[in-house]
Every structure is written in C-alpha cells, then in structure tokens.
Design a protein around this ligand. Structure first.
Ligand SMILES: [Zn+2]
Length: 243
C-alpha cells in the first residue's frame, strides 16, 4: 500500500481515520512567532489527545531540566505555559517532582546554605511514550514509512560528547538525512535509515538536551543501530537530573 492511499489513516495508531494534522514536535515548545516548518502528520483525535499529555510533559521537562534551563527558550517556557500549568495544578511533571522528588540543599561555593529545592531524576522511560509518537511521526514525514504498532523503539539520553559522535557517525555513513532545524536551535534532528523499520534518530532540544532513538522491526536485528550507539562507550543510558 502506498503512503498516499493511506493518507487518511492516523499515523500513530494505523487504525482510526485521521481527523486532523498533529504537530510531531509539539508546537508549545516554540515561542511565537512560531516557525513555519513545524512538522504535522495525519492523526485521529484519541491519539492526538493522548500525545498531548506527553507533549506537555516534555515542555515542562525542558523548562526545568538542569541541562536546558539556562536557555532563553527554556526560560520562556517556564515563565509562560509551564508556569501556567503549574499554577493550575495541571503539570504532571511538577506533581511528580513534588510527590517523588527529594529536597536538596543549595549551597554557595564556600558551603553557605542558600536554599532548598526539590530535585527528581527523570528516567528515559518517563519520556519514552513521547518519543514513540515522535518516531512514528517523523518516520512518516521524512520517509513516508508507517511504523507498525509493535515496532521496537529504544530511547536514550545522550550526553554531549557521544551525541556529537553519533551525529558524526551518521554523517560519515553517507545516508543520513538532516540536520533539520525547527525554530533555530529549539529542536534539531537528524536521522539514518538503514532500511524500512530500522533507523536511528538523534534529536536535541535547545542544543542542550540530546536523545537517541533506535527504531527496529520486531523481527529484525538491532545490530546496526547498536553499532552507532556503541561507537562511543559513553553513549549509555544517562539519567539526567532536574531541579
Ligand atoms: Zn490514531
């Protein structure tokens, strides 16, 4: 079946008819005036609503993440939509921090106690549902591929050095696509399609927080994306720390 014949079927569930275009990289992380090249894909209402929860989680994560929170874009999110969600008690991430976070002391360089605040470690699995949607949306938009429901999608946080190595490895392999920039450095991504259902995506937000997504067919082998990730041994799952 060709992509065009399937246009009206939701890219995310591959079952229900699409009734709208959905922003794969959430519109809410871009500060107005929003860029004109944001990526949208056909989506049904249930998938759109479900993804929205994870979109909000990512937005709030980028607002308070230790890696990104020095960026002007991140601050804009915190002072804008994230702050409003927290005020209305609608931020799932803020609730998680309050419920599961630990109180840490903030001290000056010479040891003076300045303040306390909540801190929480976010695991890759907390953001995995979001990236499952993103992998499906970007695969469709960039390659016209509809990922099957049981596609294996692995998400890793990647520290800066390995991320650079992954990007370099992708570029050197010759077949990589990108980098695609959305809203300057708000979101930058690159991809390497090994074959249908077998791809590696590198995505950064504010150039301060990086993720690698490996997509493979449940019946296929994981060898080639593993190769890329293993190129630098530091590209292990890395647990970020947010405060
Ligand atoms: Zn759907």
């Amino acid at each position: 079946m060709s992509t065009s014949e399937n246009w009206e079927v939701c890219v995310y569930c591959n079952e229900r008819l699409a009734t709208q275009r959905e922003h794969v990289i959430p519109r809410s992380i871009f500060f107005p005036p929003r860029p004109s090249n944001l990526i949208t894909v056909p989506s049904c209402q249930p998938c759109n609503s479900d993804k929205q929860r994870y979109d909000d989680f990512l937005r709030d994560f980028l607002s308070i993440d230790d890696f990104t929170n020095q960026h002007a874009g991140s601050l804009n999110l915190f002072l804008g939509p994230t702050g409003r969600a927290i005020d209305r008690n609608r931020s799932r991430l803020a609730k998680k921090v309050l419920e599961e976070g630990i109180v840490v002391e903030v001290r000056s360089p010479d040891g003076e106690l300045l303040d306390w605040r909540y801190a929480l470690e976010i695991e890759p699995c907390d953001l995995e549902p979001f990236f499952r949607y993103v992998a499906k949306g970007l695969s469709f938009d960039q390659y016209g591929i509809r990922l099957p429901k049981d596609a294996v999608i692995d998400v890793s946080h990647v520290p800066p050095e390995p991320f650079t190595a992954i990007i370099k490895g992708m570029a050197e392999s010759g077949g990589a696509k990108g980098p695609v920039r959305l809203g300057g450095d708000t979101c930058v991504f690159m991809s390497l399609l090994v074959h249908e259902y077998h791809a590696v995506w590198a995505i950064s937000f504010f150039l301060d927080r990086w993720f690698a997504i490996g997509v493979s067919h449940p019946d296929g082998d994981h060898a080639s994306d593993q190769l890329l990730l293993d190129r630098n041994s530091d590209a292990q799952k890395h647990t970020p720390h947010i405060e």
